[in-house]
Design a protein around this ligand. Structure first.
Ligand SMILES: Nc1ncnc2c1ncn2[C@@H]1O[C@H](COP(=O)(O)OP(=O)(O)OP(=O)(O)O)[C@@H](O)[C@H]1O
Ligand SMILES: [Mg+2]
Length: 166
């Protein structure tokens, strides 16, 4: 549990660090942030990056800070879950994408692992992780969250660009 808290705090600290190092305060290198975050998580969970591969595709969308932070926290939770739960045999693929689609931004985090157990309703877990994701997606980003269980686990979060761009 301590490690989980450490990771949550680290992912927030990383945003602040990126912000601090970025040339103009408003623009953060979100792609660089995601890559560093995911790399750190894999290391923290002792995952072999040759066996669990990461496909990261981040469009050049200028995110406002108030948007970048919840997005970072969501990615932190979902990638941690994939690393922890999806691959009992420690092999598979995790995909992360942030795309600009019309008037919306679409964040997708998925894996081709074992899938979330049927009886788990991601909105009503007793555990903190997925509840936090729902709160961040719906309340912070004012977005919609959907779960696709057809092939492993893929979460999609879609929110309006209005107020979320710099
Ligand atoms: N990508 C995934 N693949 C398979 N099972 C998953 C995945 N993500 C979540 N789960 C299942 O859903 C449960 C709830 O996830 P959740 O993130 O809320 O809790 P957790 O990871 O167990 O603990 P924490 O509160 O520290 O995040 C997990 O315990 C796991 O059984
Ligand atoms: Mg979790």
């Amino acid at each position: 549990m301590l490690k989980e808290s450490q990771n949550r705090i680290r992912s927030m600290a990383l945003i602040h660090e990126k912000l601090y190092h970025s040339k103009d305060l408003a623009s953060i290198d979100f792609e660089g942030y995601v890559k560093t975050l995911v790399h750190e998580l894999a290391r923290s969970y002792g995952v072999n990056v040759d066996r669990v591969t990461m496909a990261i595709e981040i469009d050049n969308v200028p995110l406002a800070i108030d948007t970048a932070i919840p997005c970072g926290l969501i990615i932190n939770e979902l990638v941690s879950n994939s690393l922890k739960h999806a691959f009992p045999d420690k092999k598979g693929e995790i995909t992360i994408s942030l795309r600009s689609v019309d008037e919306s931004i679409e964040l997708q985090v998925g894996d081709n692992g074992v899938g979330i157990p049927e009886d788990i309703d991601f909105r009503m877990t007793e555990t903190l992780g997925l509840r936090l994701v729902t709160i961040l997606a719906e309340d912070q980003l004012d977005g919609k969250i959907t779960l696709d269980r057809t092939r492993g686990t893929t979460f999609q979060i879609r929110f309006k660009k209005v107020n979320n761009e710099q």
